[in-house]
Design a protein around this ligand. Sequence first.
Ligand SMILES: C[S@@+](CC[C@H](N)C(=O)[O-])C[C@H]1O[C@@H](n2cnc3c(N)ncnc32)[C@H](O)[C@@H]1O
Length: 179
Amino acid sequence: MNRDYLQLINDAFDDVIVDPGSILLSDDEDDFWGLLEEVSFSSKRLIEIGTGRGISTTLLSEVADEIWTFDLVDYPIRKEIWEHFEVDHKIHSYIIEDYLDVAGIIASHDFDAAFIDGNHFYEHIVCDTFLLERCGNILFHDYHIEGVQRAVDCLLKRKGGMVFARGKYAFWTNRQTPE
Ligand SMILES: C[S@@+](CC[C@H](N)C(=O)[O-])C[C@H]1O[C@@H](n2cnc3c(N)ncnc32)[C@H](O)[C@@H]1O
């Protein structure tokens, strides 16, 4: 699965500014794929909070049939990246004002996994987990940040299940076994 996306993106685009917190800039693409493999991650419909330039959306397209992704900011380059990697047909992208917009959009839809990589403050992530925990499978980026760790601990205490961590990633599932 690991295709060295950072290299592929640099080869294809002259001027992409990769998000400062992008999963590709943490030198941890191996951890990302390693954790997904360890927990046999796959999704029919995935919700992503924090699209950024769309790089994590591109990687997640390898393991998800359909992605609904949300951000406060619109970066047009994300569509170019999705078209370049031929994953744009899988992606529904929304610009929102806050998480209440997400709540409205996903209220009547089923989804089976989520990826949280938006605002990394504890209170925000707790709000995101309240919105998304019904799917039973949430991948978190930046698990080394204290607010993210506290929010994951809080989720585990409230809902049970298991947490798997690797590098800057954590995966919470309400299942008792990863598969
Ligand atoms: C670290 S970047 C995302 C990087 C992207 N996931 C990647 O790895 O390529 C964080 C993004 O979250 C967005 N963001 C911040 N707060 C948010 C919120 N409450 N809801 C949705 N997106 C948010 C920011 O605008 C920014 O684009």
